[in-house]
Every structure is written in C-alpha cells, then in structure tokens.
Design a protein around this ligand. Structure first.
Ligand code: SF4
Length: 363
C-alpha cells in the first residue's frame, strides 16, 4: 500500500532545540524541507544567537514564515534575572506549561560558567538542599535544557563568552539521562553551541547504574555529590545513599576505565558544622578516595530556611582542607558565589514558586 507522508496540517509542531543536528536534518526531511536548511537554522540560533526569523536572511521566506508556527524555537522565556554583588546572575525561566526553573551564570577571571537545571524540582530530597524541599514535578525536555543556555548566554556582558556548562542546578541529571545526553550533543557540536566536551560537567548524587552510561556516551566531566564519609551520615544528607551506599558508589567509580588523572571525578563535599567537618571525616575521605582519580571541591554550607545546617568556622574548613592536602589529594575550598540572591549550591528553590510547582505537580 502506498503510504503518503502525513500532511503538514496533521503534524505536531517541531521543537527545534529538542534535536541534535543529525536528528534535526532528518526531521526537516520528513517535513519536506531540505536538510541543509537545518544547518543554516542552527547557525543562526546557536552560532549567532539570533532567534528572530526576520533576521535569518539566508532562509527562504516560506521557512521563516513557518518558524514560530510549526517549527518552534523557544522552549523557555526568561522571567526574571537577579544580579549578585559578586556578579553572579540567577535567571528564573518559565516553560510553556508554566513550570519554572533556575539557571545561574558565574563570571570569573578567564571563564564564565553556566549552571543549568535538568528537572523541575528534584525527587531525591537531599536534606541540605532547597531544591529537594520543593519535591518533584517533571523532567525537563532537551529543548528546555538547551534553551537555558541560549537565554542566559544572551544576558552575558559584552566581551564575555560562555566557556563552561555544569549540570548542577535543579534536579538529578542522571534521572533524566536521555534528555541530558541529547542536550550535551547540541552543546558540544561545533555547529551547535560549540563548547569543548571537557568544559561540560554533569553532577550526580550517585545514581550508580547510570554513571557508566553517561561516561561512555559523552566525554564530559563527572561530578559526584558526596558530602559524607559514612553511610550513617550520608543516608541522612543524601537519602539515595540507602539504595546505593558508599561502597557501591565508590566501587563503581574505581572500576570505570573512562576515569583517569586527566579525567578525574570532581567530588563535591558540602561542609556542615558538626555534621561532616571533623578531622576524622577528612581522614576517612582520603581513605575512601584512594584508587579513584579525584579532585575534591569543599563548599561551606550556604544556609537557607529549608535546612538546619550551618557552615563551619573558617579555621575548621581550613583544617579539613589541610588534612586532604597533606595526603596529596587535590582539593579546593570554594568561596560560595551568589549567596545573597540564593543562587549558590543547594539554594535553588524558586523562592516564590513553591505554590506553582505544587499546583503543576497536582494537575
Ligand atoms: S542536591 Fe541535587 S540531587 Fe539532591 S535534592 Fe538537591 S538537586 Fe536533588
């Protein structure tokens, strides 16, 4: 039987940023558009940062007319942008269904990093994290992840370019892995957003069965939110530890051939006064990480109303760092960025958005 392609009228709109370039070319072909037009469109939206069809001068009028009607460019709108005293900027971005997420731009000497979200809320409920206190609404789509980069990149100060993207915002990236991987393909494609893969970092709280899949599919950096050196403490801070305890997590990392001194695991360790900041914790950390190519980021707790934890005194944090340094473990003690606008690690919680997140979840 002769199968005719579905008429344009019956097709759902194509969300352009949902697709890496090879898939976008195929989608164009299915819509009776020349595949090279996908490359031209990617050149405008990713290469030039232009999303106004009227400025896409090398596209035929018919295609420009279809943009915004059956080829959709925008997945998110920038609802608000706050600026911290230290230059950190937090964007609140709204999806088509009203869901909102946050993305944070962190300008530093010589580089600019964007921290993106992968879920609306988070199901993992880490006890120190404001996002965890929101509960979980839904996964973000590929386009919603990529559009955080497009929208926030447009807010860069003149002369700055985006150099790094970290998947450390709201949500657990490995629970939305297919969308995260397709977004990474767009981020690192020279005809997409053109980032070097080693300038992309994906963070996990320890979804053990998905770690190898991530590293095999994408040559990006891996960050692991560790935060504790015993199962008893980690069970409380990161409840996922009850399913994948320290031995399973660290044993998996030690066995991964993709990891090396040139591609170490970045362990995130939030220092909380009286909880995980003792010298014995530092010594245990050294023992636990032996055999795993590691870099440790120590982050003094950013206090917020949803968690009972406080940062340690500076001398306690320095002592912790000293134990790691003496053991020749590469470690840095980070200065919290953007804490005055609740943009620091663990603080992303859409301060005024709890009601809307719950309403959306309950629909
Ligand atoms: S720390 Fe990460 S994984 Fe844990 S609740 Fe917060 S967003 Fe989710």
């Amino acid at each position: 039987m002769n199968q005719r392609p579905p008429s344009r009228m019956n097709q759902r709109p194509l969300v352009v940023k949902d697709h890496s370039l090879p898939r976008l070319r195929e989608a164009f072909a299915r819509r009776e558009l020349a595949p090279f037009r996908a490359d031209q469109l990617a050149g405008w939206i990713y290469g030039q940062g232009v999303e106004d069809p009227g400025r896409m001068t090398n596209l035929p009028a018919e295609l420009r007319e279809r943009l915004g009607r059956d080829l959709l460019l925008h997945a998110l709108e920038l609802e608000s942008l706050e600026r911290s005293e230290d230059g950190t900027r937090k964007g609140v971005l709204r999806a088509r269904d009203g869901a909102r997420v946050e993305a944070v731009l962190i300008p530093e000497e010589g580089r600019t990093t964007l921290c993106v979200s992968t879920q609306v809320g988070c199901p993992l409920a880490c006890s120190f994290c404001a996002t965890g206190a929101l509960g979980f609404t839904r996964n973000l789509t590929v386009a919603e992840i990529v559009d955080q980069v497009c929208r926030m990149r447009a807010e860069l100060e003149p002369g700055r370019t985006l150099s790094n993207v970290v998947f450390m915002g709201m949500g657990e990236p490995l629970l939305n892995l297919p969308a995260v991987l397709e977004a990474i393909r767009i981020l690192v494609d020279p005809k997409g957003l053109g980032l070097a893969p080693r300038r992309v970092t994906v963070s996990t709280a320890g979804v053990v069965p998905k770690i190898a899949e991530l590293l095999r599919a994408a040559p990006v950096n891996l960050a692991v939110s560790l935060h504790a050196t015993t199962d008893a403490v980690r069970d409380v801070l990161v409840p996922l530890n009850r399913r994948f305890p320290l031995r399973a997590l660290l044993g998996t990392l030690a066995a991964l051939p993709e990891l090396s001194r040139r591609r170490p695991v970045f362990f995130e360790y939030t220092l909380m006064a009286g909880v995980n900041d003792a010298e014995e914790d530092a010594e245990r950390l050294v023992t636990l990480l032996a055999g795993i190519p590691s870099k440790v980021n120590l982050i003094p707790m950013n206090p917020h109303p949803d968690a009972p934890y406080l940062p340690p005194a500076p001398e306690v944090a320095d002592r912790f760092l000293g134990v790691l340094a003496r053991a020749r473990l590469t470690a840095t003690l980070r200065r919290p960025r953007g804490s005055d606008i609740a943009a620091a690690c663990g603080q992303l919680a859409l301060r005024d958005a709890r009601a809307s997140a719950r309403a959306l979840r309950d629909r």
